[in-house]
Design a protein around this ligand. Sequence first.
Ligand code: FES
Ligand SMILES: [Fe+2]
Length: 330
Amino acid sequence: MEKFEWNHWHPLILSKKLGKKPIPISILSEEVVAFRDKYNQAHVFKNQCPHRRMRLSEGKILEDGIVCPYHGWRIFDNGKCYQPSTKKEVSHNLHFEVKEEYETIWIRKPNAKTEFPKFELQDYKKIHFQENIIQAPLEIVLDNFTETEHTSSVHAFLGYGENELPNVNVQLTTTEISVQLYNEGKQKPIPWIIRYFLKLQKNDVFIDDWITYFSPIYCVYNQYWLDSKNKSERYDKLRIYVFFVPVNENITRIFVYTFMKYKLTGNFGFNIFVKPAMTWIVEKEVSLDKNIIEKIQDKNISLKGTKLTHFDKALGVNRSKIQKVYCGLS
Ligand code: FES
Ligand SMILES: [Fe+2]
């Protein structure tokens, strides 16, 4: 837990996947073990017994701790462990601070001074939460999620057509802690059934406006449409939170939280039609991203020698914020 990055609240696993059985999970090049006690409270420890480094995930759950399967040491959440061979208690520093929010288990180094990411969801309804593993370094994954040039060739529904790309307006705004990218251009053609669900017209303008934060690293996307003639906003909007968590230097886990502002059908129609349709669309689009990112031939995170376009404005500044805010380097 020495790395600076442990200070940030990272999503670790979706709540529904965590039960009473201990699960080993790799994050930030280390292995942790997550489990629930009999009160359903989630606990996360470093997955290594302080005695002789056995995997605790092979052990059994206690009321507020876990028993190592090798020599039976009891590891408790209060920072103590009990050694049956000496009947003594010694201290350990294996436990993480844990929060369960947004149907997810989050962890950070105990008592770190960081803010928990707050979702702003007034008028938005939950569509779908998912996690995915992508075989690529953090920077390479974030590159994909912070440019819209690829939406023309990679994405099925949301984005801009190839002919429209030169006209897409891309605006970058940065602060000490964030990078904002605003994209505006004509929505690429989409099947009428999806247009119908989203209540869009053929020539609508698609806005993809997001802010990236770096403690932890996540993007908040505001995706919506404008009437091409009078530029008025359509009511239906997507708000998507995507968190980027390094598993190690070559693998990244992402957590995608999709919400939507939706009129007309009421709760019944929303749950029966809109939710499954939008879930399918988001799962499809994320799998297309994953697929293309993993095929990149050279996943070196350096931008040296790459030929960037006006869509890639965020890539360099993302890297410096990762260094500064996320890794705590100056
Ligand atoms: S290695 Fe865990 S009790 Fe010995
Ligand atoms: Fe994408």
